[in-house]
Design a protein around this ligand. Structure first.
Ligand SMILES: Cc1ncc(COP(=O)(O)O)c(C=O)c1O
Length: 390
């Protein structure tokens, strides 16, 4: 098996056009030479070094560059995956309170439709109906999971809950603008502003999980900051390394950072994954940022957005389709009921495209470098496979 650009070559010789970019990570396409060269050079120089007592240039440079993109979040903590980055964010919020002597804050508030990862605390803040997690419900910490405040009624419900429970809540988590793995559900900037206002009203740290939305996917470099809404803590992963290897960054405000700054070791954020700030991953991430700086990624995402809009629009008239929606380089066709997923996946493979529907969602999240012809093949395949459905 091999990858190149927007193509996946299978062992049997077939070549697939990739509609998923490996769960949205390979934003510049696979095997980008600039990332490959940077990783190879780092491999020769120093593949790994412990990040306790020692630090390295690649991590400093990456932290500085990430923070420069969101100046209100100048402090950066590296870990290894999106789920762990979310755990770190939750731990930061918990410790923010503990270090102030407030020992009542054991819970979080998150939203229906949300997905934040597969580790235990991350699972506890996902939508409780999340297919992969529902089995574990009784074993997870109980959190407050509310509908997103899309209107006055849901905003009032949010405030009512916070009024009652805020002294036991450590923070609020949300995926800004798009709830990805929970169903590719979109919301607007006004919804996000309502969440920010509620967090402010009750002095709660607001965590943006930008693991899916970060790095241009929605058309903004980061979704929340892109629409003028800033969090107190922000989690990045997935496209951070341009799809080459695992790395996460949890960014925080000075107030969150300073709450863990103390001569007492027990007040520090005691989280030290063995491979934190892995130099290879940092080299890949720095190279990926170089590519963002050197290319017209906004133009590419806008071009993909318009290709997805026109290419998927005819799906609206197909039987069983209840919605077609597009934001940035995310195109979604939603069905009324879950289809025969195995049959759909086989049908996509037969058309030499790599598309992975889940539940009742068929979605495309291609690399930003995909050409017009390949994008049209993907949208045509979605239309054809849905039209041929029995
Ligand atoms: C919004 C969001 N948060 C967290 C995660 C978990 O990331 P990882 O799979 O790297 O642990 C994901 C993964 O899909 C995600 O989409």
């Amino acid at each position: 098996m091999a990858t190149r650009g927007c193509r996946i070559s299978l062992a049997d010789g077939r070549e697939l056009i990739d509609g998923i970019a490996s769960w949205w990570t390979a934003c510049h396409g696979y095997n980008h030479p600039h990332i490959a060269e940077a990783v190879a050079a780092q491999l020769a120089r120093m593949p790994h070094i412990m990040f306790g007592g020692l630090a390295h240039e690649g991590a400093y440079r990456l932290a500085t560059r990430l923070a420069a993109r969101v100046p209100s979040l100048p402090h950066v903590f590296f870990s290894d995956s999106g789920s762990v980055g979310v755990e770190v964010a939750m731990k930061m919020a918990l410790q923010y309170w503990l270090n102030q002597g407030d020992t009542r804050r054991h819970h979080f508030l998150a939203f229906l439709g949300g997905y934040h990862g597969d580790t235990l605390a991350a699972m506890s803040v996902c939508d409780p109906e999340e297919g992969m997690h529902s089995l574990f419900g009784p074993a997870l910490r109980r959190q407050h999971i509310l509908p997103l405040p899309r209107d006055a009624a849901t905003e009032a419900a949010l405030h009512t809950l916070l009024e009652r429970e805020h002294t036991s809540i450590a923070g609020i988590l949300v995926e800004p603008l798009v709830q990805g793995a929970g169903g590719m559900l979109f919301h607007d900037a006004a919804t996000l502003r309502r969440i920010r206002a509620a967090a402010d009203a009750f002095h709660l740290p607001l965590i943006f999980d930008e693991v899916f939305t970060g790095f241009g996917r929605t058309g903004h470099f980061f979704a929340g900051p892109g629409v003028g809404v800033l969090p107190d803590i922000m989690v990045l992963s997935k496209a951070l390394t341009g799809g080459t290897m695992g790395l996460a960054a949890t960014l925080a405000t000075p107030a969150i950072f300073e709450s863990c700054l103390s001569a007492r070791p027990e007040a520090a954020l005691m989280h030290g994954p063995t491979f934190m700030a892995n130099p290879l991953a940092c080299a890949a991430a720095n190279a990926s940022l170089d590519i963002f700086e050197a290319t017209d990624w906004r133009g590419n995402v806008a071009r993909i957005e318009s290709g997805l809009r026109s290419g998927l629009a005819p799906a609206r008239t197909l039987p069983g389709v209840v919605d077609v929606r597009v934001m940035g380089a995310i195109g979604v066709v939603e069905l009324a009921t879950p289809p025969d997923l195995a049959a759909l996946k086989r049908a996509f493979l037969a058309r030499n495209v790599w598309v992975r529907p889940f539940r009742s969602i068929i979605y495309l999240t291609p690399a930003f470098t995909i050409g017009a012809a390949d994008l049209a093949c993907l949208t045509d395949a979605v239309l054809q496979v849905l039209a041929d459905r029995k």
